[in-house]
Design a protein around this ligand. Structure first.
Ligand code: CS2
Length: 497
């Protein structure tokens, strides 16, 4: 036993990472939490505690607490659909490591800012309680595009059965339901103002979240919604933010590498590139962690940063993911090492995206472009193309179709953005790479997309028309544009030849 506890939980009897085992781990090999996690109290609720949050906001929050000498910015993380993060972290006293890979990688860091993990689907009442806790002043979100449950028009999807159940007063299982029920309790309990900070890759993520909260309120009985709307107007803020860090899915090799450093079994390991960035709209209802002391930037103009990041980085990521996966490249780095794809990636950013951007004053756009490509080329990250390829129906509108619409409106045909869209169409339709290996279609609209692809099978014209008519993705306008349709058909024909 270590520290008086049984240590039989590692696969090869290696003790599990915990407060007591970490105390005994050999110093020097890793960076321990900069604030004592035992003394940390919860001040932030985070909805969607996946790998990204653990490698991003949780790190910023811990560094900020340390820099400001605060012990009240611990995080209560909520895992929405699967209890696995809770099972990974709770037996470890919330501790986990961040393993940086690539040039400039810092030593392994053990993070202690996550103090509690709640399972949303299993215990929705606990989530509402935490959001209503007066000690909580900030709720952050990384619930991915589909977690917002928007309909075609971008409003709260009231035809979604879980949204309907939440509106009917069931213990809330959707993100917006959890937030509104939590706010309702805060208002009733005079728990004080709170900031809801979306960190998802959406255009105007703060406004999106505010709109959905109001859609939910509007669907409640007037006696409930009226007073709550007033309280929200007075006491809640919805800043937008742009987050950036590449965080591939953790593998057994990653866990083994961490074990070699700590000599402990850590089931909560997350892997990340050295780079991390966070630009946040400075609009808070109450106190917030001093994230600026940890390198975050507060600004009044997040929109410009956000579109640069979504249209340059995420769009190019998707282009490399679909084209790369089709050609049998496992990783983004391998896709970028393919000269033709590297050329397409550069051309997308230079020819199609750049003319649409309003660039923040302090940003050197060509430097940014080079840096994005360098980050993608990081050979140590092993970020899989099929991981970036998932949820295409949710991602394309945000990353690529804004560029497409802006260029079409300017009278230009965005050939490279269309190439990315065409590659997605072929990825959906073929489901196999050049070597015959299966490509997973992991997407909330998978069934619809498969049906649309089947209806257009064998002919580029029909395939393009059939998929372009998926209105959730392309709206009513894009199928009407002959120039865009033609260039898609041209690309699809070449990609399937
Ligand atoms: C990626 C993003 O999986 C994806 O779709 O494009 O997760 C990307 O790695 C991050 O947004 C980088 O900040």
């Amino acid at each position: 036993a270590v520290g008086g506890r049984a240590v039989t939980d590692g696969p090869d009897a290696t003790p599990r990472l915990r407060f007591d085992t970490l105390d005994l781990a050999s110093r020097g090999a890793f960076t321990p939490p900069p604030v004592d996690p035992r003394a940390l109290r919860v001040g932030v609720v985070h909805l969607g505690i996946g790998a990204f949050h653990r490698a991003h906001q949780a790190v910023f929050t811990e560094l900020a607490a340390a820099a400001a000498g605060r012990d009240d910015w611990g995080i209560a993380g909520v895992t929405q659909r699967s209890a696995s993060v809770r099972e990974q972290l709770m037996p470890q006293d919330g501790l986990y490591s961040v393993l940086e890979r690539g040039r400039g990688a810092a030593p392994l860091r053990v993070v202690g800012s996550v103090r509690e993990v709640l399972f949303g689907a299993g215990d929705p009442a606990a989530v509402v309680d935490r959001i209503a806790d007066p000690a909580v002043r900030v709720v952050t979100l990384t619930v991915t595009e589909k977690g917002y449950r928007r309909d075609r028009a971008g409003r709260l999807d009231r035809s979604d059965s879980q949204v309907a159940a939440d509106l009917a007063g069931c213990p809330p299982r959707t993100v917006v339901g959890q937030l509104v029920r939590g706010l309702q309790r805060r208002a009733a309990g005079a728990a004080g103002p709170v900031t809801l900070l979306s960190c998802d890759n959406l255009v105007g993520n703060g406004q999106v979240l505010r709109g959905l909260v109001h859609d939910f309120l509007d669907a409640l009985p007037e006696a409930e919604s009226g007073p709550l709307a007033d309280w929200i107007a007075a006491c809640v803020r919805f800043p937008s933010s742009m987050v950036d860090r590449i965080v591939p899915a953790t593998t057994d090799d990653d866990r083994a590498d961490v074990r070699a450093v700590l000599d402990l079994d850590d089931r909560g390991v997350v892997v990340a590139e050295p780079f991390r960035q966070w630009v946040i709209e400075d609009d808070f209802a109450a106190d917030r962690p001093a994230w600026d002391l940890a390198g975050a930037v507060f600004t009044d103009d997040v929109a410009a940063w956000e579109s640069v990041k979504l249209r340059m980085l995420n769009a190019t990521h998707s282009l490399l993911a679909y084209l790369g996966a089709l050609r049998g490249h496992d990783t983004i780095a391998a896709a970028l090492a393919d000269d033709e794809l590297a050329t397409a990636a550069e051309a997308l950013m230079i020819e199609d995206v750049t003319p649409t951007l309003r660039v923040p004053d302090s940003l050197d756009l060509s430097g940014y472009r080079r840096q994005v490509l360098e980050r993608f080329a990081n050979p140590a990250l092993r970020h899989r193309t099929v991981q970036v390829a998932m949820d295409g129906s949710q991602k394309l509108p945000v990353r690529l179709l804004g560029t497409v619409r802006d260029r079409l409106a300017a009278g230009a045909i965005p050939r490279q953005a269309a190439l990315a869209v065409a590659a997605w169409m072929v990825y959906v339709a073929k489901g196999r790479d050049a070597g015959g290996r299966e490509l997973p279609l992991d997407d909330p609209l998978a069934d619809r997309l498969r049906m649309a692809a089947a209806a257009g099978a064998g002919d580029p014209n029909r395939l393009v028309d059939s998929l372009l008519n998926v209105e959730e993705v392309f709206g009513a306008d894009l199928p009407e544009h002959d120039g865009f349709r033609d260039v898609l058909i041209d690309h699809v024909a070449r990609l399937t030849a």
